[in-house]
Design a protein around this ligand. Structure first.
Ligand code: GDP
Length: 511
C-alpha cells in the first residue's frame, strides 16, 4: 500500500480485549485496570463509557482496552472485517478452571491469530489452584512458557489488584514482539466500535483510530454516510483536538448514525465525502432493490436465503386510535432473528405514495378498515407490492406473526448421532493420533462434527476427519463395533476419552 514508507511508521499502543468464561472476573479486571492505571488520572476526568479506554502502565506505556468484555464483541467486529485487536487477555478463575467459554475464547483468538496472555484470576480465594489452570489449558494447547510453551501466564487477583501491574507488563511484552506501528502523518482512518443516536447531540460514535491523525474539523466518509469532526472526547470526557493511532475517541458530527465495524476515512472535501457516501449508499440500495416490490411469500424466501432479517411494514388505518393499537401490538411481537419495523404509517386510504415507498423499501402494506385508491391499486399490481387489508386487528397481527414464523431464518439444532469410547491411541506418521474406539451408542459418521469429552468436560470440538474399520475407510460405524477415529487438527486424545458425534440440523422457528 501507498504509505509503507518505514521511516514514517511510529510505534502505536496495543489494543487489547478481555475474554473468558462468565463470572471469571473480566469486568472486575477491566475496572481495576481502569481505576489504578487511568492514563490521565491527574487531569481529573470522569470515566465515561465510550467503548474503549486508554491506560498507562507503571513504566508509562499506553494500552488501549476495549471496554466490552467477552469475545462476542470482538468477533462481531471481526465478522464485519474490522481487525482492531492486537492482544487478548484470557481470564480464567483459579477456583473454577477451564470452562466452555474459555475454550470458545481461545478458539476465537486463534482463528484471528491474536496472541493470548492468560490472567489466572482470583488467586486471593482460598480454593484457588493456579497450577490446575495451567494444566487444563495445556491440555487444550495453551501451554505456559515455564512449561516450554509460548503463552505467558500471570497470576492475578482482579479484586485486590495483586499481579495486575505484572499482567500489563506482560501484555506490553507480547505487544512489543508484534512491533505495532502506524503512520501518524497522514489523513486518518479508523473503525467505528460503538454508535448511537443521542437525544441532545445527534449521531455519536466511538472511532478507534488505526492510521493517521484525526483532527477536529476533518471531513470524512464512514460506511454509507459522512460527516465532519465537530468535537472529540476521550474516555475521561476530555476534549481533544486530535487523536493518533490506537486512540479511541467519541466524535460528533455525523450526518447519520454509522454502524459498528464501519470504516471511517478522512477525505479532502465535503463534496468528495458526499459523493463517496452516495456511491456507497447506492451500492447498498442496489443490493436491496435487485428486483421490484415484495410479497409476504417473497419475504419468506428472502429470509430463508438469509437476505432479509427484517419485516418492514407500512400501516394505514381508519383512525388514530386503531393505528396506535396496531403499532403497539406490532412492537410487542419479538423474535430473536427477525424484527418488525413500521417504516411508515398514517390515517386514511392507501395511496400511490405508500406503494412507491413500499417498493423502494421492500415493505408490505397493511390496511385496517381502509382500502387502496384506484391509482394505488394499479401501481401495486404493476410494481408487485403486496397490500393486505383487514377489518379485525387480531387477524392483522396473526398474519404478521405467521409471516415472521415463516420468515425466521432456520436455526441450527444439534442432533447427537452417537458416542464412542477411546480404548487405545496410535501415532500415525504424518497423520497424528488415531483413536482406537468402541462405539457405545448410536453411530459415528465420517465428516460429521465431533467433540472430545474427558471426564465429562468438553475439551475439543471439531470434525471427524477419517473413520476406519480395520484398514478400510468407512462412511459410518454402528454401535457395538470397533473403529479408528482421527479428529481434524487434534491429537491430544487419551484412553477413556469419549468422542461424541453430532450433526447440525437446520430448523424453522415458530412463534
Ligand atoms: P465476568 O462475568 O467475567 O465479567 O466476571 P465479574 O468481573 O463480574 O466477576 C464475577 C464475580 O467474581 C464477582 O462477584 C467478582 O467480585 C468476583 N471476582 C472477580 N475477580 C475476583 C478476584 O480476583 N478475587 C475474588 N475473590 N473475586 C473476584
Amino acid at each position: 500500500q501507498e504509505e509503507q514508507d518505514p521511516s514514517k511508521l511510529k510505534p502505536r499502543p496495543p489494543v487489547v480485549v478481555v475474554m473468558g468464561h462468565v463470572d471469571h472476573g473480566k469486568t472486575t479486571l477491566l475496572d481495576t485496570i481502569r481505576k489504578t492505571n487511568v492514563a490521565a488520572k491527574e487531569k481529573g476526568g470522569i470515566t465515561q463509557h465510550i467503548g474503549a479506554s486508554m491506560v498507562k502502565t507503571k513504566e508509562g506505556k499506553l494500552i488501549t482496552f476495549l471496554d466490552t468484555p467477552g469475545h462476542e464483541a470482538f468477533t462481531s467486529l471481526r465478522a464485519r472485517g474490522a481487525q482492531v485487536t492486537d492482544v487478548a487477555i484470557l481470564v480464567v478463575a483459579a477456583d473454577d478452571g477451564v470452562m466452555p467459554q474459555t475454550i470458545e475464547a481461545i478458539n476465537h483468538a486463534k482463528a484471528f491469530n491474536v496472541p493470548i496472555v492468560v490472567a489466572v484470576n482470583k488467586i486471593d480465594k482460598p480454593g484457588a489452584d493456579p497450577s490446575r489452570v495451567r494444566r487444563e489449558l495445556s491440555e487444550v494447547g495453551v501451554i505456559p512458557e515455564e512449561w516450554g510453551g509460548d503463552t505467558v501466564f500471570v497470576d492475578v487477583s482482579a479484586k485486590t489488584g495483586q499481579g495486575v501491574d505484572e499482567l500489563l507488563e506482560m501484555v506490553m511484552l507480547v505487544a512489543d514482539m508484534l512491533e505495532l506501528k502506524a503512520n501518524t502523518d497522514k489523513k486518518a482512518k479508523g473503525t467505528i466500535i460503538e454508535s448511537k443516536l443521542d437525544k441532545q447531540r445527534g449521531p455519536v460514535a466511538t472511532v478507534l483510530i488505526t492510521e493517521g491523525t484525526l483532527k477536529v474539523g476533518d471531513i470524512f466518509v464512514v460506511g454509507a454516510t459522512y460527516g465532519r469532526v465537530r468535537a472529540m472526547t476521550d474516555s475521561l470526557g476530555h476534549r481533544l483536538k486530535q487523536a493518533t493511532p490506537s486512540t479511541a475517541v467519541e466524535i460528533i458530527g455525523f450526518e447519520e448514525v454509522p454502524e459498528s465495524g464501519d470504516i471511517l476515512k478522512v477525505v479532502d472535501s465535503e463534496k468528495q465525502a458526499k459523493e463517496l457516501a452516495q456511491i456507497r449508499k447506492m451500492a447498498k440500495e442496489q443490493e436491496k432493490n435487485k428486483d421490484l416490490g415484495i410479497s409476504l411469500e417473497d419475504v419468506f424466501k428472502k429470509i430463508q436465503e438469509g437476505e432479509v432479517k427484517e419485516l418492514k411494514l407500512i400501516v394505514k388505518a381508519d383512525a388514530v386510535g386503531s393505528l396506535e393499537a396496531i403499532k403497539k401490538s406490532l412492537s410487542d411481537i419479538k423474535t430473536t432473528e427477525v424484527s418488525v419495523k413500521v417504516i411508515h404509517e398514517g390515517v386514511g386510504s392507501i395511496t400511490e405514495g405508500d406503494v412507491m415507498l413500499a417498493r423502494a423499501a421492500k415493505a408490505i402494506i397493511l390496511g385496517f378498515n381502509v382500502r387502496p385508491d384506484i391509482k394505488a391499486k394499479e401501481s401495486a399490481e404493476r410494481e408487485k407490492v403486496d397490500i393486505k387489508v383487514y377489518g379485525i386487528i387480531y387477524e392483522l397481527l396473526d398474519d404478521v406473526k405467521k409471516a415472521i414464523s415463516g420468515m425466521l431464518a432456520p436455526i441450527k439444532k444439534e442432533v447427537v448421532l452417537g458416542v464412542a469410547e477411546v480404548r487405545a491411541t496410535f501415532r500415525v506418521k504424518g497423520a497424528g493420533t488415531v483413536a482406537g474406539c468402541y462405539v457405545l451408542d448410536g453411530k459415528i459418521v465420517r465428516n460429521q462434527r465431533a467433540r472430545l469429552i474427558r471426564e465429562g468436560v468438553v475439551i475439543f470440538e471439531g470434525k471427524i476427519e477419517s473413520l476406519k474399520r480395520f484398514k478400510e475407510d468407512v462412511p459410518e460405524v454402528a454401535r457395538g463395533y470397533e473403529c479408528g477415529i482421527k479428529l481434524e487438527n487434534y491429537n491430544d486424545i487419551k484412553v477413556k476419552d469419549e468422542i461424541e458425534c453430532y450433526e447440525l440440523k437446520e430448523e424453522k422457528q415458530t412463534i
